[in-house]
Structure formats: structure tokens, C-alpha cells
Design a binder for this molecule. Structure first.
Ligand code: PLP
Length: 392
């Protein structure tokens, strides 16, 4: 029998970390104590009250049956209440919130709702690979919007050609930003909403890191700006805020028509989130929030150690205001890949080459603050012993 994959699978970009992963496996095999700054996945545990809610609800047989594919009203109300408390945003839990199996799932599926084959979708570069992956699966064509340091890694709307804007159907936007750590303020969101209105482009804002922030800064929600609900939705989840990446629960909120379409698509694909998990996520959203501030202090201390350490080796980095990522240029004489390989090979430290997030990530690397500060210090020491001080 001849097995042939569909074109849409063949169109997916190659897995860029494959080579690095082989190198990591080889290093570990050789007994090297590998320090990974590569993965953006919280290392700290889910808060206890959330786990206790899961355990309690897991014992209730009513929760063992198929959930609603759009989410229990209790869960959607908790999301709406959190938006009210955190951002002052009013949401109708019945029509303006849909549960997701993690926001990644909704980000991948929204393209199926709004993109026909051949349609144009605007995707930030560097960016979270799911935006283009989902769009390519739907047969659409990403047009990459370069995020440049001179613009603070914000999308430069004026540089988008008019004919491209005219044919684009969706724009993906992500602040606080993975991988650059950039943040966006009111002026940016107003410009985004004007742009979306002018060209009839659906805004899909990814706010995964709205609650991972430092120095007293509180990132906004896209939905808090006037007109946002008319032009788009926001994807979010409990993953980064409450250390729940493995639980797979998130939401999309905002424009009711879009929320309904996404829910309709999902009702044909999945059967929702285990109800005990929905109750647990709701406990996180409506419970004590001081744990979030506590945790941000931990990331902030790690950030300071990492940034100050890199700067003492010759970098000239500013401290990011949000996300648990540090985005930095590779020293002179290296590419993203050659620098990541060198650091792994000679220092046993894993960093992510910027090219994993798009062509405009070339010349950069990303480090994640999701490991203990002592390990970060050790990684810095090893990098110092490998490359000494650097120039750009
Ligand atoms: C982690 C992350 C997500 C969220 O993932 P889920 O666990 O699926 O909610 C979404 N967007 C970005 C940019 C991320 O880094």
C-alpha cells in the first residue's frame, strides 16, 4: 500500500529545532549536565487551591461525562469575572467566551473559521509558530510582518502594503510578545483597531503573557480598548499565569459572532475540557491573585541575574517588562544556529535560535527564565568560560 500525505501536511514548515534536539540528546547521552534555557514552560507548581479543586471535582461522577464543547457556564463566568477584575472589561459569559483545550488549540482552529484557501493572513515574525501553522493547514498564505528592534518589536502598520492589507482576512497579534518580550500600550492598540476597521481584518490577539510582568507594570488586554470587540477576539489561558501548561485549558473572548463560529467548529472536532479541570481553572481565575505577584518576583529576580550577567559579558540588553523570555542578538561572527550550537556543544547550555520563530529571528536567540536562579548563574558562568566577552 502506498501512503501519501495530504498537501496541507506537506506544506507545514519543517521542524526547526530538530537538529538542536539531536545535539541535546547526544550531550545527555555523553553524561553532560545540560542546562536548558530553551523551553518556555513554567517550572513552578500549580497553586495548591487549584489542585485541590481538581481533586474534589474529579470525585464527582457528574464531571465524568462529556462536557459542553464551548465550556461550562460556571467556567465562562469565571473568565468573564476575571476580565472584569483584571481589566475592567465587560463580557457576556454566554455569548462572548468559549473554552479551549489551551489557547494553542483555538489559535490553530480560528483559521479554519475565517480563511479560505489562498486567503492572506498577517503573521508577526518572529512569532509563535502556531499562527502560521494553523493558517497553512487551512490553505491560507501567511504574509509576515517583521517585528524590528527599532520599533520596539511592535507591528509597523504603515509598512504593510495597501494591497496586502486589502486582501488580508486575519491579523495575529501577541503582546506581551513571545519571543521578544516586547509590550504594547494604548497607542498601539488604537492603531491596530483602526487598521482592522479600515481593511475589515479580524484581530486575533494572543494575551498568554498578560500576567507575567515586572517592575509593577500591568500589561493591558486588547479587549479593553474602544472598538476591540467589533473587530476581534483575544486568546488566553491559565497556562502561564497559574503554571498550568499541562492542564490544557484556555479560552477565546470578545466578538460574539467569532466566538460562536469557533465554538461551532469545535463542537465538530472536540468535546470540550474535562469539567473538573474547568472548575480548577475557575478556582485559579476567581481565587487569590497574590500568588501571581509572588511568582512574578521570582521571574524578575531570574531576569535581573540573566540580563546583568549577559551585559557583563558585552551584551547591551534592556530588561523586558513582561514574559519570561530574554531575546538577544548573537555575537559578531555567528548565526542563530551556529551560536546555539556552540553554546550547547561547549557550555552544555540550551538556547533557542531566533530562526525558530521566523526569518526575522535570524541573528537572535531566546532564553527562558523558567529554571532556578542558581542554574541560570551556572549557565552564565559556563557561557563566560566558553566565549569570554563578546562584540557585535
Ligand atoms: C504558551 C503560549 C500560548 C499558550 O499556550 P496554551 O497552553 O495552549 O494556552 C499561546 N501563545 C503564546 C505566544 C505562548 O507562548
Amino acid at each position: 500500500m502506498k501512503i501519501v500525505e495530504a498537501q496541507r501536511i506537506c506544506n507545514l514548515p519543517p521542524y526547526l529545532f530538530a537538529r538542536i534536539e539531536k545535539l541535546i540528546a547526544a550531550k545527555k547521552e555523553a553524561g553532560v549536565d545540560v542546562i536548558s534555557l530553551g523551553i518556555g514552560d513554567p517550572d513552578r507548581p500549580t497553586p495548591v487551591h487549584i489542585i485541590e479543586t481538581l481533586v474534589r471535582e474529579a470525585y464527582n461522577p457528574a464531571n465524568h461525562q462529556y462536557p459542553s464543547s464551548v465550556g461550562m457556564l460556571t467556567y465562562r463566568k469565571a473568565v468573564a469575572q476575571w476580565y472584569q477584575n483584571r481589566f475592567g472589561v465587560e463580557l457576556n459569559p454566554e455569548t462572548e467566551v468559549v473554552s479551549l483545550l489551551g489557547s494553542k488549540e483555538g489559535i490553530a482552529h480560528i483559521s479554519w473559521c475565517y480563511l479560505n484557501p489562498g486567503d492572506t493572513v498577517l503573521v508577526p515574525d518572529p512569532g509563535y509558530p502556531v499562527y502560521s501553522g494553523g493558517a497553512i493547514l487551512a490553505g491560507a498564505e501567511p504574509y509576515y510582518l517583521p517585528l524590528k528592534p527599532e520599533n520596539g518589536y511592535l507591528i509597523d502598520f504603515k509598512s504593510i502594503p495597501r494591497d496586502v492589507a486589502k486582501r488580508a482576512k486575519i491579523i495575529f497579534v501577541n503582546y506581551p510578545n513571545n519571543p521578544t518580550g516586547a509590550v504594547a500600550g494604548e497607542a498601539f492598540y488604537r492603531e491596530l483597531i483602526d487598521f482592522a476597521r479600515e481593511y475589515d481584518i479580524l484581530v486575533c490577539h494572543d494575551a498568554a503573557y498578560s500576567d507575567v510582568s515586572f517592575d509593577g507594570y500591568k500589561p493591558p488586554s486588547f479587549l479593553q480598548f474602544p472598538g476591540a470587540k467589533e473587530v476581534g477576539i483575544e486568546f488566553h489561558s491559565v497556562s502561564k499565569t497559574y503554571n498550568m501548561t499541562g492542564w490544557r485549558v484556555g479560552w477565546a473572548a470578545g466578538n460574539a459572532r467569532v466566538v460562536e463560529a469557533l465554538g461551532r467548529l469545535k463542537s465538530n472536532i472536540d468535546s470540550g475540557v474535562f469539567q473538573a479541570i474547568q472548575y480548577a481553572a475557575a478556582a485559579g481565575l476567581t481565587g487569590p491573585q497574590d500568588i501571581v505577584a509572588e511568582q512574578n518576583k521570582v521571574y524578575q529576580e531570574r531576569r535581573d541575574i540573566l540580563i546583568e550577567g549577559l551585559n557583563s559579558l558585552g551584551w547591551n540588553l534592556e530588561k523586558p517588562k513582561a514574559t519570561f523570555y530574554v531575546w538577544a542578538p548573537v555575537p559578531r561572527g555567528y548565526t542563530s544556529d551556529s551560536f546555539a550550537e556552540l553554546v550547547l556543544d561547549k557550555a552544555g547550555v540550551v538556547i533557542t535560535p531566533g530562526t525558530g520563530y521566523g526569518q526575522n529571528g535570524a541573528g537572535y536567540f531566546r532564553m527562558a527564565l523558567t529554571i532556578d536562579k542558581e542554574r541560570i548563574k551556572e549557565a552564565l558562568e559556563r557561557i563566560k568560560n566558553t566565549i569570554g566577552t563578546v562584540t557585535f
